[in-house]
Structure formats: structure tokens, C-alpha cells
Design a protein around this ligand. Structure first.
Ligand code: DSN
Length: 447
């Protein structure tokens, strides 16, 4: 049963879903924050649980008829507690940004000093960036990375001792090395701050045992559920033993800020998907999957480095590779992303530390291996893909970004058109389709 009801009720949306299925099947999905859930997770998200209102928590709901929704949520919570080794989990946050906002509201007051990794140096919007509410409601101080791309632990320490934040974030969205949880715990303890680890990108690597867990260091851990963890789009907030030692009421405070503080009814269909993903992640095969993600990222990094492509920190310890295109000039990310799109390799342009260009036209490219690893690809495929990406970079590296906004838009449009007519890219696209077809995606999905 795959989508046939959509086909008869809304052919327009059905057509778009069909096209998206083909796009996912015939391309290489290399955005590090994306993945392919199992059919079981997807079916749970499309289940009758979407019909239910369950404001409140298991056993304490504002609506009747919640006996099964209660059991689903309790199951998700228990599985998360066991898998991550934490005493308290809230599985209701709608996604990562609300989850992080709920953490702020539980432990901070407007105007408090908070500290996170700068967005332009790998951090996340919700860790105090100026355009995020988190950078407006709170006094945000931001740490970054050193010249070599590694976390500037000494700089963060100076900043934290001087500004004495109430809440410190560790964990980010464009950092390719292990997070220094232990070092940040020492700093947080020294100033009496809460330490929140945002492991959205690496939670699958943590439960797979290939990345250190922050659970012994942080008071609070947040994660989205749809990245390396391979669940549906959603998030969780966990309180650790250390968090409960600091404030025995922390679990209750978190629960209260999630509901009724920030959210209404939980998405029970997503909670069911999260529960299934957690069960899948507890199986031995998931450990092998997590190790292969990292082996693949290293093979990709080695393949690019061997072809003279510069990488931030020179390589990777996790699921991600951050390509530094500044040797070719500022603002090259958009051209490389567009050209890779033209050959069905999906990536995202990204800032690199000390980027000379603005965030919408950055000078880097972020690549990830979780989705390709789910498809079953291994080191030989990564080497072949590194070859294609390097070829595309060398082909478009001399495209310069005009200074003026309108000119930029016009130039990118012209560039996109030129890509469609390029015979060598068309040929590469055929190679990508052929490679993808050797690793079938959702073979049981008849569409
Ligand atoms: N959008 C996510 C990412 O791509 O890393 C972060 O929220």
C-alpha cells in the first residue's frame, strides 16, 4: 500500500510525490542532515495516530481516548532512556529549533547571557545567532573555531569565564570533528552554567558507539530524530543524571515548557515513528551502520584531498565533510551546489570559518554520508563520488560572484541554464543514475 489513495484523490500532489521518489532514487543524497527512514517509520508517520489529540503527557491528558497514544509515547520514552542512558526524556518537541527554545525557557530568563558556537563557524541558529529569537531574547556570546578549523576551546573558555553565561551549548551543524564535551563540562561547572549538548547531527553516531556520548558531561541533551538517527522529522529533549543533580526539578521544568509552555498537542504519529526508529537503532546492525557512515565520510574526505580539494580541518571524524572553496575565490559554494544538482548529487553550500562571502553565497560545501550509507554504499562508491565532485569543482571554480544583488541573481540563472546544455555534465548525470540504481531505494514501493 503506497500512496494509491493520494493518486485517486489528488493527482497533482501524487505527481509531485512520484517525482520526489524518482529524485531520491536516481540521485546521491549528500546533505549531512538528511537520511532515508525505514518503510516502517514512514508508515507510522502516515498512520491513524495523526488523527488524535493528546495534549498533556501519558496518564495526564486533556482529552479522552488516549490509551494507545499513551502507550506509544511511553514506549518511545522508555526506548530513548535505555538507548541514550538518561533518566528523563521528552519526545514531544516538533523539531530541533522548538526543542532548543524549550530548553532556554526551562533554564533561562529573557536577558540572561547564553553562549553557543557561532553559526558562521559551524554552530546553529538556535545557539544564539542574531537573527534567531535566541539571539534576540537572550544576551548571546559566541565562540568559534581556530585557524585550523578545530574548536577554539581556549577562546571559548576565556569568553565563558568573562561573560558567565547561564546556559552553554555544545554541538553544531557544520563541524567535522568530535565535540569536546568534557572540556565544555569543566567550563560550565566552573561558572555554574547549564551545559546543553545539541547532538542532532551525531545522535546516530552516539547510539552506534562511534562518537562519544555527552550524557556524562551535559545537564541536558537535545537531538532531532531525522538525521543520523534515521527516524521521522521530530526531536527529543533529554535530562541527564548530572542535570537532575544540578536541579532535581529540571525534568518537570522541561516538560512544562514543552507543554503547555511552547506547544499544543504532540504529533503522536511522529512519536510512533520515533519509537520505531529507536528500536531499529538499538539493533546490532545499527552499530555497523554508524561505523560505516564514518568510514564512508573518511573515504570521501581522502578522495577529495587526494585530488587537491581543501577541507576544513583537513578531514573528518564523523558523518560530514566540509569543503573549503576559498582557494578558488569567495562565494564559490553556490556554483558548485548548482552544478552538482545538475548531475543529481544533492549537497548544500555552506559557510566556512572566516568566510569572506555572505551566508547566502558562502565559500564552502557541506557533504554527508548518512543517506548514502543507508542505501548500502561503501568506500569504493565514496572514492568514485569524490572523483565526480572534484571534477565538478574544477569545472566551475572560476565562476565569480558579482557584487551587486540583481546581477548575482541574473548570473546564477544564466549559469544554471549553461549547466543544462553541458555534455560532460549530462554524461556524469547518467553515471550518477547508474550508480544510484545499483543501490535500490524503497524497492517495495511500487510507484
Ligand atoms: N537544517 C539543519 C542542518 O541541515 O544541519 C540544522 O537545523
Amino acid at each position: 500500500m503506497w500512496y494509491e489513495e493520494i493518486g485517486s484523490s489528488d493527482p497533482e500532489i501524487f505527481g509531485l510525490i512520484k517525482d520526489e521518489v524518482s529524485r531520491q532514487r536516481e540521485g546521491l543524497e549528500m546533505i549531512p542532515s538528511e537520511n532515508f527512514t525505514s518503510p516502517a517509520v514512514m508508515q507510522a508517520v502516515g498512520s491513524v495516530l495523526t488523527n488524535k489529540y493528546s495534549e498533556g503527557y501519558p496518564g495526564k491528558r486533556y482529552y479522552g481516548g488516549n490509551q494507545y497514544a499513551d502507550a506509544v509515547e511511553r514506549t518511545a520514552i522508555e526506548r530513548a532512556k535505555t538507548l541514550f542512558g538518561v533518566p528523563h526524556v521528552n519526545v514531544q518537541p516538533y523539531s530541533g529549533s522548538p526543542a532548543n527554545m524549550e530548553v532556554y525557557l526551562a533554564v533561562c530568563k529573557p536577558g540572561d547571557v547564553i553562549c553557543g558556537q557561532s553559526l558562521s563557524e559551524g554552530g546553529h541558529l538556535t545557539h544564539g545567532f542574531k537573527t534567531s529569537m535566541t539571539g534576540q531574547i537572550f544576551k548571546s556570546v559566541q565562540y568559534g573555531v581556530r585557524e585550523d578549523g578545530y574548536m577554539d576551546i581556549e577562546g571559548a573558555r576565556r569568553l565563558i569565564l568573562e561573560s558567565r553565561p547561564k546556559l552553554i551549548w555544545v554541538g553544531s551543524t557544520a563541524y567535522t570533528r568530535e565535540f569536546p564535551f568534557k572540556e565544555f563540562a569543566v567550563m560550565a561547572d566552573e561558572v555554574g552554567a547549564y551545559l546543553a549538548a545539541d547532538i542532532s547531527h551525531i545522535s546516530g553516531l552516539v547510539v552506534g558507539g562511534v562518537h562519544e556520548s555527552p550524557v556524562n558531561y551535559a545537564h541536558i541533551v537535545t537531538t532531532t530524530t531525522h538525521k543520523t538517527l534515521r527516524g521521522p522529522r521530530g526531536a527529543m529533549i533529554m535530562v541527564t543524571e548530572k542535570g537532575i543533580r544540578k536541579d532535581p526539578e529540571l525534568p518537570e521544568k522541561i516538560d512544562k515548557t514543552v507543554f503547555p509552555g511552547m506547544q499544543g498537542g504532540p504529533h503522536d504519529h511522529v512519536t510512533a515513528g520515533i519509537a520505531i526508529a529507536l528500536l531499529e537503532a538499538s539493533r546490532p546492525q545499527f552499530k555497523e551502520y554508524a561505523s560505516q557512515i564514518v568510514r564512508n565520510a573518511r573515504a570521501l574526505a581522502n578522495g577529495l584531498s587526494a585530488r587537491g580539494i581543501k577541507l576544513v580541518t583537513g578531514g573528518t571524524d564523523n558523518h560530514m565533510v566540509l569543503v573549503d572553496l576559498t582557494p578558488f575565490g569567495p562565494g564559490r559554494g553556490v556554483f558548485v551546489q548548482e552544478a552538482l544538482d545538475a548531475v543529481n548529487i544533492t549537497t548544500n553550500k555552506n559557510t566556512v570559518p572566516k568566510d569572506p562571502a555572505p551566508p547566502f553565497y558562502p565559500s564552502g560545501l557541506r557533504l554527508g554520508t548518512p543517506a548514502l550509507t543507508t542505501r548500502g554504499m561503501k568506500e569504493p562508491e565514496m572514492e568514485a563520488i569524490a572523483g565526480m565532485i572534484a571534477e565538478v569543482i574544477m569545472k566551475v571554480k572560476d565562476n565569480e560572484l558579482p557584487q551587486e544583488r540583481e546581477q548575482r541573481i541574473a548570473q546564477i540563472r544564466k549559469f544554471r541554464e549553461s549547466l543544462r546544455a553541458d555534455a560532460s555534465l549530462q554524461q556524469m548525470r547518467r553515471r550518477v543514475v547508474e550508480l544510484s540504481s545499483r543501490f535500490p531505494l524503497y524497492p517495495s514501493m511500487r510507484i
